[in-house]
Design a protein around this ligand. Structure first.
Ligand SMILES: [Zn+2]
Ligand SMILES: [Zn+2]
Length: 350
């Protein structure tokens, strides 16, 4: 079968690998779609954690159909359509898993690149190495796998909102209009936000930002005083009670600080990997609260699928490209510019 394996920075190779077969408590999934995640792009750029062993097949946003079931697996059968999420409820039963906080599992996402094995799903057939300790979620009949596979990016946003102080009727600011920001906007609308102000840097995205549920769009690159503009929109001398950082960069983080009201919350859903200068003095008198979130739980993925099926959320327009394994690097991952793209999926059958 074909697989895309990372050998080092900028070196992602299409290669031939044997089709895996499941051992006890394992299964094999024929990949329908695998999402190309921001972290995959980071890995390709050479920013990967030290525990990663190369070569490694990337891909943790996997969806597919069960084609072979190993001994002892009773939860799934051939033909089942499933989402393959990160390791969940670790075998060791770490203290966090025992508390039900599988998103914080010490053997989970942060130590496995979200895959739960040496290789991910940028391939035709994906081996689930430990059925009992992997987040495997059946996809209800009638749901398009192309929507279901968005679970990773979408549930990062859902989890962040659920962990925030957000309540129905709150005014909110969402900084960042990539897939995480757009997903946050949809869930905040579904959750009954009063006014949603989106901060982005690209005017071309305004139609989709509004389609996803933002009431206002501010181009933070062009606007000379974002905080003043937000106060004007809200008709209030203070900023927004909750600001969601969804861009994952220092500029956005600092903008969020400027537009949260005294005593408000800055919820950091985006992942900022670069170090930056941070002087708390000027805003510490306002006593803002900072909170950071990263990965989601199984029940949040199930909630997403239910909300999708009921039409409460709709991510039409988020997928801006579907590529083959051959085209993934030249057309997207290694392309000179990825501008204009939101979420790109790999369909290994192409
Ligand atoms: Zn991801
Ligand atoms: Zn654990």
């Amino acid at each position: 079968m074909k697989a895309l394996a990372l050998y080092g920075p900028g070196d992602l190779r299409l290669e031939e690998r044997p089709v895996p077969h499941p051992g006890p408590n394992q299964l094999v999934v024929k990949i329908d779609y695998v999402g190309i995640c921001g972290t995959d792009l980071e890995f390709y750029a050479g920013h990967y954690p030290p525990f990663i062993q190369l070569p490694m097949v990337l891909g943790h946003e996997n969806s597919g159909t069960v084609v072979e079931v190993g001994e002892g697996v009773t939860e799934f059968k051939v033909g089942d359509r499933i989402l393959c999420g990160p390791p969940a409820a670790c075998e060791e039963g770490c203290p966090l898993c025992q508390e039900g906080k599988t998103n914080l599992c010490i053997n989970g996402f942060p130590n496995t690149a979200g895959i739960g094995g040496p290789d991910g799903g940028y391939c035709e057939y994906f081996l689930i190495r430990d059925v009992k300790h992997t987040m495997l979620i059946p996809v209800p009949e009638g749901l398009d796998m192309k929507d279901a596979v968005l679970f990773d990016v979408v549930c990062v946003s859902l989890h962040g909102i659920r962990q925030s102080r957000f309540k129905i009727g709150d005014d909110v600011v969402v900084s960042g209009t990539g897939s995480i920001g757009l997903a946050a906007i949809q869930f905040l609308r579904a959750g009954g936000a009063r006014r949603i102000i989106a901060l982005g840097t690209s005017d071309e995205k305004e139609p989709i930002i509004k389609q996803f549920g933002a009431d206002y769009f501010i181009n933070s690159k062009k606007c000379p005083d974002v905080a003043a503009e937000i106060k004007k929109i809200l008709g209030s001398p203070v900023g927004a009670p909750i600001v969601f950082e969804c861009a994952g960069n220092p500029t956005s983080f600092n903008t969020c600080i400027s537009c949260v009201r005294p005593g408000g919350q800055i919820m950091c859903i985006g992942t900022i990997n670069e170090p930056f200068q941070f002087a708390p003095g000027p805003f510490s008198m306002n006593e803002p609260e900072f909170k950071f979130t990263f990965v989601y739980t199984r029940d949040e993925v199930e909630a997403y699928l239910d909300m999708l099926q009921q039409g409460k959320v709709n991510f039409n327009g988020l997928v801006t490209g579907v590529v083959s394994l051959e085209d993934a690097v030249p057309k997207f991952i290694g392309a000179p510019s990825r501008k204009g793209h939101l979420k790109v999926l790999i369909d290994p059958s192409l």
